[in-house]
Design a protein around this ligand. Sequence first.
Ligand code: MN
Length: 322
Amino acid sequence: MNNIQILGIPFDFGQEHIGVRLPYSYLKDRHFINRLRPSCNIIDHQELPLPFKLKEKNEMKNSLIKNHELCSLANRDISDFIKSLDLKESFLLNIGGDHGFGLGSIHGLLHHHKDMIVVWADAHGDVNTPESSLSHNFHGMPLSFLLGLARDKHFNWITHGLIPKDLILFGTRDLDESEKFIIQKLGIQHFSAKEINRFGHKSLLESAIQKIDPYGTRPIHLSLDVDVFDPEDMTCTGTKVKEGPFREEIFGMGTFLGETGRLKSMDIAEFNPLFGTEEEGERSSELIISFLESVLGALLMKKDKPTRDYLKRHDSKSELQI
Ligand SMILES: [Mn+2]
């Protein structure tokens, strides 16, 4: 894997604040692409043109989802665009956008990687259905659509999704009662911030992925909501929740996934540079860029090297020689 493809996704229909449209250009102004470039080729797709209809925002007509038409159409466009890409030998980095775009992103990526595992790093569950949601904001619902729990006639372009056992929630600490019920009923593997800080990301993720993919061959997607970070580390986001995982645990999770050599794509969601002071904006963007550098650094170091699991499977003696 030598190419990194970058796509800006200015999707802000899933919540109330306009600043979540901005990260692609905000991070670009801070030269994030140059910082990723040394080790690979960059293909920059720029921003996907999405509608910009402020007047229609936050309305709820004949639906339990605010901006339901925009949420549906924009996600369909995101999915179609990602489907149309040639992702062989490429890593795809999607810069959102509120987390509502996770639906289109993962729907499109599943076209390329049918057996993809998804790690959803987030303070929240994002698994509410339109009926169970208290806020009716779409950014709390994308997983319920991907898991086939939500039905809405406006979203009938959805043709496939995830099975619950292929999903891992990482860093949760603010789940609605309805979400707790759904997560438990579907048996979704989930690790709270407390558990991560107590046991460490590595042992938790290693055994979670082992359960899903014992041979260690399947592709992995990381959908990172920046609110997974503790608010002390990440000020510029809309739904902060205290007592997040230690910063080292989140960075460790990213590099752990990179080191598998099987991380194929990533979403960055919910960064809002308009929240907080200018200095806080700079600090938050630096955190995100450093995270990307370390994950992609780990992934690219790993390129072309067979994984330990791969060797183990093909030659039981070779493990001794590693
Ligand atoms: Mn989220």
